[in-house]
Design a protein around this ligand. Structure first.
Ligand SMILES: [Zn+2]
Length: 195
C-alpha cells in the first residue's frame, strides 16, 4: 500500500513536470480555418502553416503570439500561405530571420514593422519577389530619437531551400531540365558531387 502511494506520487510529479515543460516549450493554435501557428520556445522559432491568406491584425486585434513578441528570433512561413497579414509581426523586436515561401503574393502593411529583421530567406526567384505586392510600411521602423520612418535594411536570399544539382550547382526544372539534371546526377555519381 505504501509503495503504491509512493509510486503514484512519483508518477503524479512526473506528469506535472511534463505538463509544465510542454507548456513552457510550445504554444500554438489556429489563425483561421486553414492556417495554424506554432511557437517553440526552446528554438524561438514561430511557424505559420496552412493554405490561403493570413488574417490581418492591428488595433485591439493582436496576433496570438503577441505575448512572445520579445522572444521570437525566427519566423518560418510554410509553403501554401499566400499572404502575410497586416501588422502580423508588428513589434517582434527580437526577430532576425524570416523564411517566406514562393506561395506568398502579398505582404500587408506593418507586417514586419519595428522588427530587427536582418535576413529574409525567400523560396522564389528575384523576379518572383518583385511580383509580390508589398505595402510600403511592411518593412519599416521608426527612429526612436528623431521619430522619422525608414525602411528596415535586410538581406534577401533568393531560391532558398531549392534543390541544387550536385554536379553544376544549378536548378533543373521542366522536361528538358529534368533530363539534364538526370545526366548531371549520373556524372555526380561517377565522379563525385561537386556541390
Ligand atoms: Zn546540373
Amino acid at each position: 500500500m505504501k509503495i503504491t502511494k509512493k509510486v503514484l506520487s512519483v508518477l503524479l510529479a512526473v506528469f506535472l513536470m511534463a505538463g509544465c515543460a510542454a507548456m513552457a516549450l510550445a504554444a500554438g493554435g489556429n489563425l483561421n480555418d486553414s492556417i495554424t501557428w506554432n511557437y517553440d520556445e526552446s528554438t524561438q522559432i514561430l511557424t505559420v502553416s496552412g493554405t490561403g491568406d493570413m488574417p490581418n491584425y492591428g488595433g485591439q486585434n493582436s496576433p496570438p503570439w503577441y505575448a512572445n513578441n520579445y522572444r521570437v528570433e525566427t519566423i518560418v512561413i510554410e509553403d501554401g500561405v499566400t499572404s502575410i497579414g497586416f501588422a502580423a509581426f508588428y513589434s517582434c523586436k527580437t526577430l532576425k530571420t524570416v523564411t517566406i515561401p514562393a506561395s506568398v503574393k502579398k505582404i500587408e502593411g506593418y507586417a514586419f514593422y519595428g522588427t530587427a529583421l536582418e535576413t529574409v530567406n525567400y523560396a522564389g526567384s528575384k523576379k518572383d519577389w518583385n511580383n509580390i505586392q508589398v505595402d510600403d510600411s511592411a518593412f519599416s521602423k521608426i527612429d526612436s530619437a528623431t521619430g522619422a520612418a525608414s525602411a528596415i535594411e535586410f538581406t534577401i536570399h533568393y531560391n532558398y531551400g531549392a534543390i541544387v544539382c550536385p554536379w553544376c550547382g544549378g536548378e533543373h526544372t521542366g522536361f528538358f531540365g529534368g533530363f539534364v539534371g538526370w545526366i548531371h546526377g549520373i556524372l555526380a555519381t561517377i565522379f563525385g558531387a561537386k556541390y
